[in-house]
Design a binder for this molecule. Structure first.
Ligand code: GTP
Ligand code: SPV
Ligand code: MN
Length: 590
């Protein structure tokens, strides 16, 4: 006689440490009920249906945008809040001048009072998740507790969530604890606290993006960067993309650009028609975990499973892959609506907004129709250029690392660092114009080393030292480059067409890695001359290309002085190698 299949163990009984933590949070927050996420498709559909029933999600035109929904956040909760984000280490110096700091016991006490009874009448969701392929030794697990169905739904898309993650936690015994409540969404009662020494996160008062999807910036960057230093690897704000040349060779590059400075777009790049034979494969669009391999190379995994991408600017011309990807099964947050219930945003060449991101009749006098930080949440598997190696437990080997920023002047289109140590200085010197991804003024240049200013979970000086240490372990280190797609002419127009055309710059880098392309020493690093780039079919005049590749010694002397002043804030903790590289650059500039 056939035996009946045994029922699976209830999730609440898989891991005692998780169950005990959930019970302590339940006692503190007093939810109406507790729900453990299995991570199935049916569960995602159920959460979506629940949000539609509650009036929190709007179903979009099912003909043009099947299984797509719109969520409108509270208008006072639309971006990350860096001024309310803290690193709580026992020693203030360990957090560094780059972070807000609070003493851990004081922070816990403050948060305990906010969390007390905050989930009354709500469901407490338990979301076990794995950052990275569940069978990868490079992956790490966490559990997020939240009282927001919208946050739970996003986490189910953005991470490998559910039973397999909890089974791994049960085997390993360790996990990052992330406690989240939307509270009353009061900006005056909002804190995002990190306790790297305890591997825990406490977030209260926001339901938006990096403030609330705790697997993303809180765990995969702030906590993971701390773990990475202890364990000898790097957790970085980087995309990972595979580039297959017409000869059929594939190389992977990782690129760190600040928020809303082009990572998703570069990760999904479409080669221009005048570069036939090139293919592009996305491994990740926002975060990379980089590990020195036994072969002396640097190996990368993308800890995420979905994209939380910037909507404005996405169209068929700039990024057809993204445009096609977000036409089904996508959760939109804070976009506008057309009269026929289709999503609309600035940068679309057709259609017109009827209802703005706040649900009001659109009035151009009140600003853009879609919020500048409106986002799409979509599974990475929906990406037409999804790499077959994105789920490889070993990751992919990295040939080049790219740093970049949004600079209307100073930084040329591309240059190469003289060495790994110089590359660390180049990364540490990144400056970029602020964007709508964080609350605050937009368009002001600020220092954003390695695009990690908002995300490094410890003292930057120790972080740069760690970068030098990791480089020292690599027999075949990636070459390091800096790019700027955002240089402008005196009229304020972008000098470089960007998007797909960026492949021309990447192709030069790969040739450099193979010791095949030329470069000239410029004082700040190695630059191509216009003739070194593949410009066949490129609609950019030779004068404009020269302007893009020019280094203004006067501006750069100023830049070096600013970098020196910035690094001085870190005092004696700055590695001597970095000062030596800065003095080399200063001397070369005269
Ligand atoms: P986060 O998700 O915040 O980390 O942003 P991101 O770095 O992934 O930036 P994303 O690719 O979403 O681009 C942000 C904005 O920059 C969008 O409006 C893009 O259209 C625009 N953008 C991206 N690449 C380029 C480029 O090469 N040139 C120009 N001019 N704009 C670009
Ligand atoms: C960023 O700001 O770099 C993002 C969006 O990727 S968020 O998830 O809100 O951090
Ligand atoms: Mn980002």
């Amino acid at each position: 006689m056939a035996t009946a299949t045994p029922l699976p163990t209830p999730l609440a009984r898989l891991s005692q440490p998780v169950a005990e933590w959930v019970e302590s949070v339940r006692a503190l927050t007093q939810p109406a009920d507790v729900y453990w996420c299995e991570g199935t498709d049916a569960e995602r559909e159920e959460f979506t249906a629940r949000l539609v029933r509650d009036g929190e999600l709007t179903r979009l035109d099912p003909e043009q945008f099947p299984d797509c929904h719109l969520y409108r956040s509270n208008p006072a909760d639309v971006a990350r809040v860096e001024h309310l984000t803290y690193i709580c280490t026992r020693s203030k110096e360990d957090a560094g001048p780059n972070n807000n700091w609070m003493e851990p016991q004081a922070a816990h006490a403050k948060m305990r009072e906010l969390f007390r009874g905050c989930m009354r009448g709500r469901t407490l969701y338990v979301i076990p998740y794995c950052m990275g392929p569940v069978d990868s030794p490079l992956a790490r697990c966490g559990v997020e507790i939240t009282d927001s169905t919208y946050v739970a739904l996003n986490m189910l898309i953005m991470t490998r969530a559910g039973r397999p993650a909890l089974e791994r936690i049960a085997r390993e015994g360790t996990f990052v604890r992330g406690l989240h409540s939307v509270g009353e969404l009061d900006p005056n009662r909002r804190f995002i606290m990190h306790f790297p020494e305890e591997l825990s996160i406490e977030s209260f008062g926001s339901g938006y993006g990096g403030n609330a999807l705790l697997g993303k910036k809180c765990h995969a960057l702030r906590i993971a960067s701390w773990q990475a230093r202890e364990e000898g690897w790097l957790a970085e704000h980087m995309l990972i993309v595979g580039l297959q040349s017409p000869k059929g060779e594939t190389h992977y590059v990782a690129a760190a650009f600040p928020s809303a400075c082009g990572k998703t777009n570069l990760a999904m790049l479409i080669p221009p028609e005048s570069m036939p034979g090139w293919k592009v494969f996305t491994v990740g669009d926002d975060i990379a975990w980089l590990h020195p391999g036994a072969d002396g190379r640097l190996w990368a995994i993308n800890p995420e499973a979905g994209y939380f991408g910037v909507v404005p600017g996405t169209n068929r011309e700039t990024n057809r892959n993204a445009y096609d990807m977000i036409r089904r099964d996508t959760l939109f947050t804070n976009v506008a609506l057309t009269a026929d219930n289709q999503p609309w945003w600035e940068g679309l060449p057709s259609g017109s907004p009827r209802i703005d991101w706040q649900g009001r009749p659109f009035d151009p006098a009140r600003g853009p129709a879609a919020h500048p930080n409106s986002r799409f949440t979509v599974s990475a598997r929906r990406n037409p250029s999804y790499s077959p190696h994105a789920d490889d437990p070993r990751g992919v080997p990295i040939s080049a690392i790219i740093f970049g920023g949004r600079r209307r002047e100073v930084a040329p289109l591309v240059y190469e660092a003289r060495s790994w140590a110089h590359g660390v200085l180049v990364g540490a010197s990144v400056a970029s114009e602020t964007t709508a991804a964080a609350v605050g003024q937009v368009g002001v240049v600020r220092r954003d080393p390695m695009a990690m200013q908002p995300f490094c979970g410890y003292n930057f000086a120790d972080y740069w030292r760690h970068w030098l240490t990791v480089g020292g372990k690599l027999a075949r280190p990636p070459r390091i480059f800096h790019v700027n797609w955002f240089r402008r002419d005196p009229q304020g127009k972008f000098l470089w067409p960007g998007f797909g055309e960026n492949l021309r710059v990447l192709a030069w880098m790969l040739e450099r890695c193979a010791d095949k392309a030329r470069a000239v020493e410029s004082g700040i690093g190695l630059l191509p001359q216009p003739k070194d780039l593949d410009t066949a079919g490129l609609d950019v005049s030779p004068e404009r290309l020269s302007a893009l590749l020019s280094v203004d010694a006067e501006l750069w002397r100023k830049e070096v002085a600013e970098t020196r002043a910035y690094l001085s804030k870190y005092g004696g903790r700055i590695p001597a190698e970095m000062w030596a590289e800065l003095e080399k650059t200063a001397a070369a500039l005269g």
